[in-house]
Design a protein around this ligand. Structure first.
Ligand code: G3P
Length: 218
């Protein structure tokens, strides 16, 4: 399973990428706005040290302009993935860009029918938003199961399921069980994945006992 970071915070991405466990990055207009920096510069900078796909989202809603924006963003680096919304025009843009060999991530997916269309449009990634479905009393995990099941029925559909809008570590465990290809994780939740109070407590007592021996390894 691949782990992407859902962030445009270069400093934080750099820090977590040092683990060697980050396979890619997703951004969206909200995350970019939060940083208050030039969009294209931020994407180019992230691409300079993250070898995997870095999603940059188009902001037009018209197919022609989406394709133009996609071309502009794709020129920033060879690992840029173009994020398009799951709309009628977004699907057309996905098909056109994918046909050119550009990696496309179709975002704002909230139903299995939408995911099926994105796959047929050649998307490299489909991004179902789990947390936002949970927020309105729907079942985000159920959607991930449904999409994995449907894509699994048709080996010619090669679109990867990228679980997005992750709100807590359990979401990641659950989508891993469901067979999602990727989870895009906010940095705060990535850190929660390795933190455990029993690990901290256990280490503290091991170090105390080791110190008492007066020994050194090096
Ligand atoms: O980047 C898309 C998605 O992960 C956004 O999540 O937390 O804004 O619902 P959220």
């Amino acid at each position: 399973m691949k782990f992407f970071l859902d962030s445009a915070d270069v400093k934080e991405i750099k820090e977590l990428a040092e683990t060697g466990l980050i396979d890619g990055i997703t951004t969206n207009p909200t995350l970019i706005a939060k940083e208050g920096k030039d969009f294209k510069k931020v994407i180019a900078e992230i691409c300079s040290f993250i070898p995997g796909p870095v999603s940059a989202e188009v902001t037009s809603t018209d197919v022609k302009e989406m394709i133009q924006e996609g071309h502009t963003l794709a020129r920033l680096a060879n690992n840029v993935a173009i994020k398009v919304p799951l709309t009628f025009d977004g699907l057309k843009a996905c098909k056109a860009l994918s046909d050119e060999g550009i990696v496309v991530n179709v975002t704002l997916c909230f139903s299995a029918a939408q995911a099926l269309l994105a796959a047929k449009a050649g998307a490299t990634f489909i991004s179902p938003f789990m947390g936002r479905l949970d927020d309105i009393g729907h079942n985000g995990l159920e959607l991930i199961h449904e999409i994995c099941h449907i894509y699994g029925n048709y080996p010619n559909l090669t679109t990867e399921v990228l679980a997005a809008s992750i709100r807590h570590p359990l979401h990641i465990i659950d989508v891993a069980k469901a067979g999602a290809d990727v989870a895009t994780i906010p940095p705060k939740i990535f850190k929660q994945l390795y933190q455990h109070p029993l690990t901290d407590k256990g280490l503290e007592s091991f170090l105390k006992d080791w110190k008492a021996t007066g020994q050194k390894i090096i």
